[in-house]
Design a protein around this ligand. Structure first.
Ligand SMILES: Cc1cc2nc3c(=O)[nH]c(=O)nc-3n(C[C@H](O)[C@H](O)[C@H](O)COP(=O)(O)OP(=O)(O)OC[C@H]3O[C@@H](n4cnc5c(N)ncnc54)[C@H](O)[C@@H]3O)c2cc1C
Length: 448
């Protein structure tokens, strides 16, 4: 039994152990079916708390799990320490250098708001509720993917507490190899206490959603899939086929509807945007039109991802190519008439600038896929053990002819599964990542 008294005494932040009521408060998973029960939860107040916690975990030989917002938790932590980093939340924008330097527990929403005041934008994900660092170390794919690339392409520098408990500056001038690894290497690379990201000048953003009623026609989805094969480079779109539950909490236009939501983002002048997106408005009869000029600070409104935790069962993959048969196969899974327990399927059209960066500068394993897909099971925990694993495996099987053999870190169902790891990074990148991990975390303190 580890005695946590000595660590508690050295912290400015707080430490709660399993014998205390609600010891995981403030460190719970976004997916409520995952219930952590570690031996201890540390809420770090500053970098010194991170150093103390890492050194303690190393000396005591207990595993250390990192938590910023809980969006990336993929399994329950049943032992060791959960190091909660939400207290390390800060944003400092340098408008001249066009960078933001942010604390290791910061959510994208804070960066987006601070940058927007200067007409600047970070390359964030669809949900700005997600943590900056968790997103970046997984590559990071968002509404500006085709125009601006992976989020990690914009990672300039990081302060890292290594698994050895040392503070290291990962940057071109400092530890360049660690910076390389943090750009897409995902796990076991240290505790990032601060990152600097490059911001982009985005004088105007034209973005939002066109909704089409699938019960009326599935043609808009089929036509959009076809449109993506020749889409302009700077327009990023994603399509979500979704059945909205027939519940009072749903806004009236969505309640009980089976819709194709076409999310669009174009960082450019309105005139160009209207010309480029005209074919999208002509895909069919638009049920609801919420596409137009959008303030940068409102970028999360494009997809309106859920902000409240709830039970979830999703499966991610990447797609190599699409055609008419692919669109029909998707509609067979989640279109009208399907009886599978699948609530929705999202297809993000990526490629574009995501293919541009040389793999030599980052640890993003593969850039050769054109789309990502996420299949969303019906969020009924009673189905999670058997029905949904079977249904989602069947769905993935159906889409296999179009799927890429590769995965991208933030779409990996389980970042610790050996087979998935081998599909996410080529062997040479994996070997280089492992060398970085051995250098900075010789005792394997950080979960990897
Ligand atoms: C609703 C939702 C929407 C999403 N949208 C997108 C999207 O559009 N694009 C995309 O690419 N991904 C997306 N994701 C995936 C998300 O980017 C990853 O799950 C990411 O890991 C979440 O990071 P977090 O810090 O918010 O979560 P957490 O669960 O708190 O952290 C997950 C992991 O990130 C790492 N991590 C977090 N903070 C640090 C730190 N300071 N130092 C070192 N490691 C750290 C750790 O390995 C940690 O275990 C989404 C996820 C959800 C649930």
């Amino acid at each position: 039994m580890t005695d946590y008294t000595a660590l508690r005494d050295r912290l400015t932040g707080t430490l709660a152990t399993r014998d205390q009521d609600d010891h995981t408060a403030g460190a719970t998973a976004f997916n409520l079916t995952i219930q952590h029960d570690p031996d201890a939860v540390v809420h770090a107040a500053d970098e010194a708390d991170v150093v103390e916690t890492v050194r303690f975990a190393r000396a005591e030989g207990v595993p250390l799990h990192l938590h910023a917002t809980g969006h990336g938790a993929h399994g329950a932590y049943a032992s060791g320490i959960v190091l909660a980093l939400g207290g390390l939340s800060s944003v400092a924008v340098d408008p001249d250098a066009r960078t933001a330097t942010v604390g290791g527990g910061t959510r994208w929403a804070d960066v987006v708001a601070a940058a927007a005041e200067h007409g600047l934008a970070p390359v964030t994900g669809s949900s700005t509720n997600v943590g900056v660092v968790g997103f970046l170390v997984g590559g990071g794919i968002g509404p500006l993917a085709r125009s601006h690339g992976f989020g990690s392409d914009h990672l300039v520098a990081a302060r890292v507490v290594t698994g050895a408990g040392e503070v290291v500056e990962a940057s071109a001038e400092g530890d360049a190899e660690l910076l390389w690894a943090l750009r897409g290497g995902k796990t076991g690379l240290g505790v990032v206490t601060e990152v600097t990201v490059a911001l982009s000048e985005v004088p105007s953003l034209y973005a939002g959603t066109l909704f089409f009623d699938l019960e009326e026609s599935t043609d808009p989805f089929v036509r959009w899939v076809d449109w993506t094969t020749t889409a302009p480079a700077d327009v990023t779109t994603s399509g979500l086929i979704i059945r909205f539950p027939d519940l009072d909490v749903m806004p009236p236009p969505m309640r009980g509807k089976h819709l194709f939501a076409l999310h669009v983002a174009y960082p450019g002048p309105v005139d160009d945007a209207e010309r480029l997106t005209k074919p999208l408005r002509e895909l069919g009869t638009v049920y609801l039109d919420d596409l137009g000029p959008l303030p940068l600070a409102d970028i999360a409104r494009i997809t309106n991802d859920p902000t409240e935790p709830g039970p979830g069962f999703v499966r991610g993959a990447t797609v190599a190519h699409v055609d008419r048969d692919f669109a029909d196969a998707v509609l067979g899974l989640v279109g009208p008439g399907s009886t599978l327990p699948i609530m929705g399927l999202e297809l993000r059209h990526v490629g574009g600038a995501m293919k541009a960066e040389s793999p030599a500068t980052d640890a993003v394993g593969f850039r050769d896929f054109e789309y990502t897909t996420t299949i969303l099971g019906v969020p009924d925990p009673a189905l999670f053990d058997e029905v949904l694993p079977r249904a989602l495996a069947q769905a993935e099987q159906t889409l296999t002819p179009w799927l890429s053999p590769h995965l991208t870190p933030n779409w990996m169902p389980d970042p610790y599964d050996a087979e998935q790891v081998a599909r996410t990074w080529p062997a040479a990148v994996l070997a280089r990542l492992d060398a970085v991990r051995r250098t900075h975390d010789p005792d394997g303190v950080l979960a990897r």
